[in-house]
Design a protein around this ligand. Structure first.
Ligand code: SF4
Length: 324
């Protein structure tokens, strides 16, 4: 039996006093925010991105459904695995209408190896809404996108930028980390998005956002940084300060902490059961075994109830199966 993969760090794809420098993890000062916004807006990442940006398959399309699928996949799965599974998913579900026409269980089946199976269900629900409310077309406004199941502010803006090339700035944990370090101080959630918007300035939105995500993947990593090579170093307060501890990103908004341990977690048991169901139904009496908890039936029952509540599985007589 295979299991859900352990979560891995996202790849690209979340301000400061009167002084223009703010020490460590102190709140960002207004002057530092202003300075960072101006400096970032003045940096042209286009040439660097053209020479060194990552060649990712979803960067070769502007199809909104394909972009949405890639962004949902990238939320919690590493880039290399998404690169494998994204074309397989689109081959079966080339548009929202095809996805909505399939039973949710088939979408969950096709999500094998991705982990966090609720994303598959939400994608199916989003496709269903798009088919019923928008003629099968992915909407092109922030409000409509954020109303779709499983679509939050980052994913909505990513679709607007990467599919429709609208002037939006995406903020995920990587962007949040970069911005806190560039400002040199802790940001709140309003400041993060505001700075991202100001930094976008007159840049080409598609290129700027992709380039920032690549800076987060290549140089400005959660627990390491390669400032000497970073194209943003000229704007970066934390670099100028000698990267003195604490890291400004450590307590900043939009920056996620370490993932909880996967081994032995409820999530592991959920993933094991859903994986087993991809091969066929499971007797209720075998659910604990499928989860790896044959000696803890109470925990197995509780986790099964969670899966039922989420709509990821259904009970049919004495068996559990994926939903129709
Ligand atoms: S200069 Fe260093 S700390 Fe600043 S954004 Fe680049 S990698 Fe991150």
């Amino acid at each position: 039996m295979t299991t859900d993969p352990k979560p891995e760090a996202l790849e690209p794809g979340e301000f400061r006093s009167e002084s223009a420098a703010t020490p460590g993890d102190a709140p960002a000062a207004p002057a530092a925010l202003e300075r960072a916004a101006g400096d970032l807006a003045a940096i042209d990442l286009g040439p660097w991105f053209a020479a060194a940006g990552r060649d990712l398959p979803w960067r070769r399309t502007r199809d909104p459904w394909a972009i949405l699928v890639s962004e949902v996949m990238l939320q919690q799965t590493q880039v290399s695995r998404v690169a494998e599974r994204w074309p397989v998913f689109l081959d079966r579900f080339p548009d929202p209408t095809h996805c909505a026409a399939a039973p949710p269980g088939e979408v969950i089946e096709l999500w094998a190896g991705m982990g966090y199976n609720r994303r598959a269900l939400n994608l199916h629900r989003a496709a269903t809404v798009v088919r019923s409310d928008n003629g099968g077309e992915i909407p092109s406004t922030l409000r409509e996108l954020q109303a779709l199941p499983g679509v939050g502010p980052y994913t909505a803006r990513a679709v607007l930028v990467f599919a429709f090339e609208q002037p939006e700035a995406v903020v995920d944990t990587n962007v949040g980390r970069i911005l806190a370090r560039v400002v040199g101080g802790r940001l709140d959630s309003r400041q993060v998005q505001m700075l991202a918007d100001r930094a976008l300035g007159d840049h080409d939105p598609w290129t700027w956002n992709q380039a920032i995500l690549d800076v987060g993947a290549k140089f400005c990593r959660p627990r390491s940084y390669a400032c000497d090579f970073c194209p943003l170093s000229g704007a970066c307060s934390w670099f100028r300060s000698g990267n003195s501890e604490p890291d400004p990103a450590s307590a900043s908004a939009a920056v996620s902490g370490r993932q909880s341990t996967f081994d032995g977690s409820d999530r592991q048991g959920r993933g094991r059961l859903v994986d087993a169901l991809r091969s066929g139904s499971v007797d209720l009496t075998d659910v604990g075994t499928a989860m790896g908890w044959e000696d803890d039936p109470g925990r197995a029952r509780r986790v099964l109830q969670g899966l039922l509540d989420d709509g990821l599985v259904t009970i049919d007589g004495d068996t559990v199966r994926l939903p129709d």
